[in-house]
Design a binder for this molecule. Structure first.
Ligand SMILES: N[C@@H](CCC(=O)N[C@@H](CS)C(=O)NCC(=O)O)C(=O)O
Length: 199
C-alpha cells in the first residue's frame, strides 16, 4: 500500500492527502513531527536525504519526494493531469510558480506565525515576504478572474497545489479580502467531490 509521510497541518503534505482522497487511493498516513526532528533521523534521511516531508513510499520500496512531483506521479492517467501536452505545460507552469513565487513567501510566513509562534526574531523575514507574497496572489487573481481554474477551464493538480497554502494564507498574515476571484475559486475547490480539509 502507498505510504504517505507527512504532517497533517503542512500545506505541502495536505496537497498529497487531498489528491489521494479525490482519487480514492488506498494509502497509509504516517505522521512525521518536523519540529521534533523526525525528518532528520538516519532512517528518514535514508528515504529522503533532503530531510523534508511530504514523502511517499510505494509497496516495492521506491520513494518520491517534492510535493508537486508527487502530485504529477499520482495524478497520471486521471482527469487531474490530462494527456494534452499544452494543458500539461500550463499545469507545470503553475506548479513551478507555486514553488518559486507562492510557497516561499506565503507558506513560510505561515510557518513563522503558526509553527514558530511569530517570534520577534523573525519579524524581518516576515516583512520581506509580504510584498512578493501579495504579488503571487495578484497573479492568481488575474488568472482566476478570467478562468474557472488555474490551468483553464478544467480542475487540475495545479489547483490542488495552489489551494494548499492559499486557503490558509490568512494564517501567514495575508488578507484575501482584496481577491474576490481567489475567494470564489477557493469555494469551488472546497465543493469538489471527496474534498477533505487540512489538519
Ligand atoms: N519543495 C518541497 C518543500 C517541502 C518542505 O519544505 N517541507 C517542510 C514541511 S512543509 C519540511 O519538511 N520541513 C522540515 C525541514 O526542512 O527540516 C515540497 O514541495 O515538498
Amino acid at each position: 500500500m502507498l505510504k504517505i509521510y507527512g504532517d497533517v497541518n503542512s500545506g505541502n503534505c495536505y496537497k498529497i492527502k487531498l489528491l489521494a482522497e479525490q482519487l480514492q487511493l488506498d494509502y497509509q498516513w504516517l505522521d512525521v513531527d518536523i519540529l521534533a526532528g523526525e525528518s532528520h533521523t538516519a532512517e528518514f534521511l535514508s528515504k529522503n536525504p533532503n530531510g523534508k516531508i511530504p514523502l511517499v513510499e510505494f509497496a516495492d520500496g521506491r520513494v518520491l519526494a517534492e510535493s508537486n512531483a508527487i502530485l504529477c506521479y499520482l495524478a497520471e492517467g486521471s482527469d487531474l493531469l490530462p494527456n494534452d501536452i499544452w494543458q500539461r505545460a500550463q499545469i507545470l507552469q503553475w506548479l513551478f510558480f507555486e514553488q518559486y513565487s507562492h510557497e516561499p513567501n506565503i507558506a513560510t510566513s505561515r510557518y513563522i506565525m503558526r509553527y514558530l509562534g511569530n517570534p520577534a526574531s523573525h519579524q524581518q523575514k516576515l516583512a520581506e515576504r509580504r510584498e512578493p507574497g501579495y504579488n503571487a496572489l495578484k497573479v492568481m487573481e488575474k488568472q482566476l478572474s478570467q478562468h474557472e481554474y488555474l490551468a483553464g477551464a478544467e480542475y487540475s493538480i495545479a489547483d490542488i497545489a495552489l489551494y494548499a497554502y492559499t486557503h490558509v494564507a490568512e494564517e501567514g498574515g495575508f488578507s484575501l479580502a482584496r481577491f474576490p476571484a481567489i475567494q470564489q475559486w477557493l469555494a469551488r475547490l472546497a465543493a469538489q467531490p471527496n474534498h477533505v480539509t487540512i489538519g
